[in-house]
Design a protein around this ligand. Structure first.
Ligand code: MN
Ligand code: MN
Length: 397
């Protein structure tokens, strides 16, 4: 007993508490029963700092990535943009950061950079190419991102077990990386607490989406809500396999926000209400690149422009400025899906909004960033800032 305590004390002192106490991403199950065995190169388990994945050598990308998200995962560490091959894989499986260049597809994160932003080290880990999928720019920069924003909103009061991946085959980039037809995500939402596996029951909220990987994708992620059962059918995986069969049967068949699931309370959301007017219109309404604060008054969505003005979008998509700036209020909302529970989050949303304007991947594959002193730069693969003269690359008019 004494020896055991000594060993434990030693372990804590060597590895530090975070490494020991971080929740296991696969607590609710390993969807494809992946193992770290090179004889199964298309279902190869990899554990990284902050997330776990099943790698598929034939696709040059992951089958799925799993991670746990809670409020303390989200910090102020800058996005490192440290794209790198996953060198934990056998070398002939590596995908280089340049692999997607010129393909027209973004290097889309599965485990998002911002979900791992407490330290530079942990953020770097999200930039391994095994965490990337070729995503259509609109999917990566809008729909998929808005759901990422929403999962971080939820993390203010909840903890989440998240699985994400892509499936389907629209051809290969450079003969190496499969372009998926669809990308999906499953978010298991639990109120922050202990004994997580035990707490998953018939009422547990699950957000499951399955999105098309092309430019026709609507910006509203809720358009793509589906069930875990449907994703299991498409992918052949078994999610939440550690949860009792009885409970899986219930929670895997419920679509978030549907009447069967009283827990989620998403049915009442304003974003959903306006959707009844038609998907296209809703798209136009939200088709604004400014990192806008939005607020709803009556039927109109008022948006705070980058210059501080307050406007709404007409049906033809034009901005109509209003004098009364109070219509823009000061309650930020995760676009295009406000949180179910309205709460004042003013301080936190401001830096978020900044990130939206400053880090936009350009068509040349580079992400130009506006520096604090007004310069415009991109980061090299080694992480160095390279300033450019053309500030329009940073979105300056
Ligand atoms: Mn992304
Ligand atoms: Mn299942």
């Amino acid at each position: 007993m004494k020896t055991l305590l000594l060993i434990l004390a030693f372990t804590f002192s060597v590895f530090g508490q975070t490494a020991v106490t971080a929740p296991e991403p696969l607590l609710l199950g390993n969807p494809s029963k992946a193992k770290t065995d090179v004889r199964e190169p298309d279902n190869y388990l990899v554990t990284h700092n902050g997330y776990t994945l099943s790698y598929n050598k034939s696709r040059g990308a992951a089958n799925w990535v799993a991670w746990h998200l809670e409020e303390t995962d989200i910090g102020d560490a800058e996005r490192t943009n440290a794209f790198a091959p996953d060198t934990t894989l056998p070398q002939d499986w590596w995908i280089l950061p340049s692999a997607y260049s010129g393909s027209g597809y973004d290097r889309g994160h599965l485990c998002p950079s911002k979900d791992r932003s407490t330290t530079e080290e942990i953020n770097r880990a999200t930039f391994l190419m095994s965490n990337m999928q070729p995503q259509a720019p609109k999917l990566n920069q809008k729909t998929w991102k808005y759901l990422e924003d929403y999962e971080r909103e939820l993390a203010k009061d909840n903890e989440e077990y998240i699985y994400a991946g892509c499936y389907g085959d629209k051809g290969k980039i450079g003969g190496k990386v499969t372009i998926p037809t669809n990308c999906w995500k499953i978010i298991v939402v639990l109120p922050a607490g202990e004994n997580d596996l035990k707490r998953v029951d018939k009422t547990t909220r699950i957000i499951a989406v399955d999105m098309p990987n092309d430019e026709t994708v609507s910006q509203r992620w809720r358009t793509y809500l589906t069930t875990v059962d449907a994703i299991e059918e498409k992918t052949g995986y078994d999610f939440l396999s550690e949860v009792s069969k009885k409970n899986q049967k219930v929670i895997e068949s419920v679509k978030d926000g549907s009447t069967e699931n009283g827990e989620s309370g998403t049915a009442k959301e304003p974003a959903k209400a306006s959707a009844s007017k038609g998907k296209d219109k809703e798209d136009k309404k939200t088709d604004d690149k400014t990192p806008a604060k939005k607020t709803k008054s009556g039927d109109r969505v008022y948006i705070t422009g980058s210059g501080g003005g307050c406007y709404y979008l007409t049906e033809s998509g034009k901005k109509a400025y209003v004098k009364d700036k109070s219509l823009c209020g000061n309650a930020p909302a995760a676009e295009p899906a406000p949180t179910a529970a309205p709460a004042p989050q003013a301080e936190k949303s401001a830096p978020k909004a900044e990130e939206k304007t400053q880090a936009k991947p350009n068509s040349d594959g580079r992400t130009y960033i506006k520096g604090a002193r007004g310069g415009c730069y991109y980061l090299t693969e080694s992480g160095k800032k390279v300033y450019v003269k053309d500030k329009s690359l940073c979105g300056e008019n």
